[in-house]
Ligand binder design. Sequence first.
Ligand code: NPW
Ligand code: ADP
Ligand code: K
Length: 495
Amino acid sequence: MPFELLLPDEMAACDRRAIATGPFDGYQFMQRAGAAVAAIVLERFPAASRVDVLCGPGNNGGDGYVVAELLRRSGVDVAVYAEGPPRDGSDAALAAADCKVWPQPLAAFAPSAGGLVVDAVYGAGLARPVGGAARRAMESVRTAGVPVVAVDLPSGVSGATGEILGETFQAAVTVTFVRKKPGHLLQPGRTACGEVVVADIGIGEDIVAAAGATCFENGPELWKSRFPRPAVDSHKYSRGHVAVFSGAASATGAARLSALAAARAGAGAVTLLSPSEALAANAAHLTSIMLRKADTREEALAFFADRRPAAFVYGPGLDASAETGRLLFELIDRLPRPLPAVVDASALTSLAAEPGLLAGPFGGRAADLVITPHEGEFGRLFPDLRKIPSKLERARRAADRVEATVVYKGPDTVIAAPDGRAAINANGTPWLATAGSGDVLSGIVAGFLAQGMPGFEAACAGVWIHAEAARRFGPGLIAEDIPGELPAVLRDLLD
Ligand SMILES: NC(=O)C1=CN([C@@H]2O[C@H](COP(=O)(O)OP(=O)(O)OC[C@H]3O[C@@H](n4cnc5c(N)ncnc54)[C@H](OP(=O)(O)O)[C@@H]3O)[C@@H](O)[C@H]2O)[C@@H](O)CC1
Ligand SMILES: Nc1ncnc2c1ncn2[C@@H]1O[C@H](COP(=O)(O)OP(=O)(O)O)[C@@H](O)[C@H]1O
Ligand SMILES: [K+]
């Protein structure tokens, strides 16, 4: 499955290159795009009594004229409502001239019961918030509950950011071309799109490759070449030993969730480093996970020198005071060798508590650092980035700043690497909105880091597998259930 996500300027570059290299010109691509949409309309809505095609003034509207003409030829009762004529000499003007359905003004549109709307008002060229007749059309369609097929994007959704500019349609199906765009996966755009179908309009793989996309839809294709598999002669330590720092006696569960998840993700050994006051609580709940007392930085460092874990998790269940952040830096600076690490939860809050702590190239101190903030933690860590409208861009800027892989969690988790690569996760489920599920994710990512996966790939694999496990479990999920679902997900990946 192709998994590059094209930003609007990358898509436009593909378009220009494809037209320049032939054999198709711009109008032929438009005809192919319109044909793909018409085919979906006929396949998915064969019983629609009438189809109203709403056309904007640009090429998105041009696609709409092609759809209207093809549906007319198929015997469908079709009407066209246009927001102004296409620009003279444009491909859209050619499409409008070839369309035998006479356009009425968009302001005259009213949805018909039993009908279907094809939204071809604005697509990649959305330039400002939607208003006027287009906005009124959106409101009337919502009130009437008529299904919508969107061309490229629901009008009003930004393809770059997934923001809704002004207003949009709620589509049942969105048909886009060549590749998905970030706005198809980032919220709230993703919800507005409904099902997304990617149509091949004849723009070749070589042309897409030349666009040099650096953003991807997260999925096994992105990381399976780096996915760990035990060798015939593996032993438990060669598979990767993960250390997890436990919180105090009243907050030990989070670290145990991480530890169990790291083990299920394939780490051959996992050790919980526990304050002495929490040893009894931890011991009462651990079987295959090892336990070691670590009250001080020196005791933790002695463990690292002695048992040489391959990665560690720092954050779940820890105290959110500035001391926690300081201890992390002292540890990292004094480790016998740089180690991959996942820094999560209270450790992120503690880093935010001390301005400047995370200002420098934090990640440069660790071998492969992954930080996993949710929205609240991200805002505290990077308050100046909050005003950037795109979650993708916010994640990228943060990764660049801290020189670490950033897993910016939520229903549309974005994973960004310091080298500029980014992935948007699309297999999440709201069943994951349950306490402790983030702790499990940290453990899974650390498990993959310990098995030698690089930071970005480990983070992407962890996020996808975590969500897949939660999806399979479904209703009633609590964090404890996720590690137990991992073996089935891993089996399918490794088969
Ligand atoms: N390979 C491909 O990708 C292919 C792409 N194709 C199709 O081309 C589409 C992109 O076409 P596009 O560039 O002409 O932009 P489009 O979305 O029609 O909008 C521009 C027009 O809308 C106007 N306008 C914008 N926002 C507005 C607002 N809020 N309120 C009012 N007006 C607003 C804007 O006005 P202006 O800013 O110029 O004043 C301009 O007139 C793409 O989505 C896909 O469907 C296929 O045909 C073939 C292959
Ligand atoms: N509505 C949602 N849809 C999909 N995934 C979600 C949703 N809400 C939360 N998640 C995921 O669940 C996990 C929650 O992590 P986090 O907020 O750190 O919780 P906790 O601190 O309780 O462990 C993250 O992986 C996040 O992406
Ligand atoms: K549209």
